[in-house]
Design a protein around this ligand. Sequence first.
Ligand SMILES: [Zn+2]
Length: 107
Amino acid sequence: MSIAPCPIYGIHRMISKGDCSAVDANTGQEIPTLVGWYRCDCGERVLCEGWPHFGGAIGDYCTEGAIKGYGNIGGQMLFQVDKNLVWNTTQSTIEGYRFCTSDGVCR
Ligand SMILES: [Zn+2]
């Protein structure tokens, strides 16, 4: 996968935005592993399984290019995702991204 550098920070600063849910954009089926989302000031978003801003493994994840749509359903963010662009890692980092708490403390 290609990695676009952050136009603001060079390395994206992905701020935790809390819980989310995700569905396959083609089938509408839930993707139960994508449960949290992050956003950089440049607009780049990441959805993932773990909580890497606390140092945990990322698990399943996708980046901005996989997000086909989104909405706020009763206060919960719901993303439509291209399931072919969901990856997995046992690491707590992805090259080109840092993960940060909601008050901006980045790992
Ligand atoms: Zn960025």
